[in-house]
Write a protein that binds this ligand. Sequence first.
Ligand code: AMP
Length: 178
Amino acid sequence: MIVFIGPIGAGKSAQGHLLKDYLGYEYLSTGDYLREHLDSERRKEMLTGKLLSDEELIEILRNYFAKIEDQSKVIIDGFPRTLNQAKWLLEVHNTGEVKISSVVYLNASKQVVRERLLSRGREDDRPEIIDRRYEAYEHQTLPVIDWFKTNGITVHEINADQTVEKVQQDIRDSLSLR
Ligand code: AMP
């Protein structure tokens, strides 16, 4: 399993899809999954930029892992986003239920992220929501990266301010995929 972590607008989805096609892997975006499956009331909650509960996300991941054929050939985008989610993932990694082969950390600056998101124009890409989602990332997701590192998981940090092509190239180089 390859895990993509990074702020909103870092290009996790674009990069994850390119890598998935290159490797022939499965792909799970928790954001896409939630947008598809939540009822309209819960969708509204999600669109305010707040994170949903760890329990709910862990349940989604648990069901997903149970369903797919080869868990080693999966790219996960959007999970873990909190320390609790990361702890659960490492726990199932340590028990051998899943295997985290690499964590790709797409590091993008706040300014580049803002510019990209405002041109993307998704429902939750309004300036005040972007700031809230970036803040959630800084407070809740950044600690996940250090936590993985101190627990022996290799984190590949990539400069995600660059062009799509260069970022993809750096990811493949860093993962020794060519
Ligand atoms: P994304 O498409 O990855 O930007 O996710 C969009 C929204 O889905 C986020 O702002 C959260 O409300 C929710 N979401 C996605 N993944 C998670 C997660 N791992 N934990 C909590 N909430 C999540």
